[in-house]
Design a binder for this molecule. Structure first.
Ligand code: ZN
Length: 454
């Protein structure tokens, strides 16, 4: 295996961290994350192409496709037939609370909004926060055409109040028990007995229409998510920490994108294509028309091979020369719960990217892919950490095993260390985003393969 890198990448941890905070605050929902990603790609010359357009018409350069507003795949079309891929995968969605279709109702003098719990939410973390609404609507224009639009309400207008301690005296002894249906319902305001609004969705349509400068009758359907209104910040004694929502997994979406922005102009005429695929629906199993289990990524890759003069055979040959880095945030050791980590695998914040291992294949890391990342890290001067879950606790998973299974290509699972995963407000190190971005940039331009033992 040869890993000597053909390039070096500039090092600016503060700038990368500041851009991460902007990216997170611009992206309260997966749809906004895709729009923020598209804007960053467009700013360096990538062009959006429709999935229904003819890829054969593409000239060499950077492109991206989006699917259902929640998934984005960016790639660089080479000047010759595609011979392989370096794929970085991540997910755009985060656990949150989402409004039900007929959300509005009245109870005990309050106006409330019915919500569904999306993914593995730490329910307590959503209590007593000033919450905003964001999402997308489908609008009918004057010609009768339907078009999706993003929407983000500017004011924090809802809140899920926790029960006072005087009414829940044994909360510390018995633990806080929250029923998803009964106890997570946010308050929107006070009801007016003279104007009952029970079961009415008109008010939500009016809110969206007002924000977008439209008539309520133009809003055909809508999907709104709750999110914390407090902006992301650098924090800690020496500003070495980040306090922010949705670090899992916008932290890795940002690292993948910034790696591609660093590496996209590298062209060694090898026909190896850098790809960044950011998927929706990871937090609920990746099974949807644009999730990581869908046909989307294989189809885009195959069409790219064929459009550069390759055949189905050369597509499969290219897959055999490909590698994937599945990037998803990782668990740093928690000072108040040190025993939750296996003693020799306790990732530290700002200790560098974490390689994740799991014998049950909940993470896709294999011996060769781990070796490749370790070698790339050594060469780039980036410390790597290693993580394995306690054997007596069920391990989470990522899109890594899914993409690896779907495409049949060796994959490594990586992530930056963080605390409070799946909380409405999470915590990571301020130096790690830069380290991960540079490591992934080296991965995209690496042409190394690990030769098999014989
Ligand atoms: Zn995740």
């Amino acid at each position: 295996m040869t890993t000597s890198s053909p390039v070096t990448f500039e090092h600016d941890p503060d700038q990368t961290c500041a851009d991460l905070l902007r990216y997170i605050d611009e992206s309260p929902t997966p749809y906004h994350a895709v729009a923020s990603s598209a804007a960053r790609l467009s700013s360096v010359g990538f062009t959006e192409v429709s999935l229904s357009s003819d890829f054969a018409a593409l000239v060499p350069g950077g492109y991206f496709v989006t699917a259902s507003d929640g998934t984005i795949v960016a790639f660089v079309r080479p000047r010759r037939t595609v011979t392989g891929f370096r794929i970085i995968g991540a997910h755009t969605d985060s656990p949150n609370l989402r409004l039900k279709p007929r959300a509005l109702y009245e109870k005990a003098g309050y106006l409330q909004l019915g919500v569904e719990v999306y993914g593995g939410v730490l329910l307590n973390s959503w209590l007593d926060r000033d919450l905003r609404l964001a999402g997308r609507v489908v609008v009918r224009d004057d010609d009768g055409r339907l078009k999706a639009r993003l929407v983000s309400l500017t004011e924090p207008i809802v809140r899920v109040p926790q029960l006072a301690i005087h009414l829940d005296r044994d909360v510390h002894e018995k633990g806080l028990v929250l029923n998803r249906q009964e106890h997570m319902v946010p308050i929107l305001g006070l009801s007016d007995a003279k104007k009952p609004k029970v079961g009415d969705s008109q008010l939500v349509q009016e809110l969206c229409a007002h924000t977008l400068g439209l008539r309520p009758s133009q809003i055909v359907s809508w999907e709104l998510h709750l999110h914390d209104s407090v902006p992301s910040v650098r924090a800690g004694l020496s500003r070495e920490l980040v306090f922010a929502p949705r670090l899992d997994n916008l932290g890795m979406c940002h690292a993948a994108l910034s790696a591609l922005l660093r590496a996209h102009s590298f062209d060694d005429d090898s026909g190896v294509v850098p790809v960044v695929a950011l998927f929706d629906h990871e937090e609920v199993g990746s099974s949807s028309d644009h999730g990581a289990q869908s046909a989307l990524l294989p189809q885009v890759l195959e069409r790219l091979v064929v459009s550069t003069g390759g055949s189905r055979e050369s597509y499969h040959q290219a897959l055999a020369r490909s590698l994937c880095a599945s990037t998803d945030m990782s668990h740093a050791v928690h000072p108040n719960y040190v025993d939750r980590h296996e003693a020799n695998h306790r990732p530290l914040l700002n200790g560098g990217p974490v390689i994740k291992y799991n014998a049950q294949q909940r993470y896709a890391t294999s011996l060769p892919t781990a070796a490749l990342m370790i070698a790339l890290g050594q060469q780039a001067g980036i410390e790597l950490q290693q993580y394995v879950h306690r054997t007596d606790l069920p391990c989470g998973s990522t899109i890594g095993p899914i993409v690896s299974t779907l495409l049949g290509i060796p994959t490594v699972d990586l992530g930056n260390p963080m605390l409070s995963m799946h909380s409405a407000r999470e915590l990571c190190g301020a130096a790690d985003p830069e380290q991960m971005s540079r490591l992934l940039a080296h991965f995209l331009v690496s042409r190394a393969q690990v030769e098999a033992a014989r």
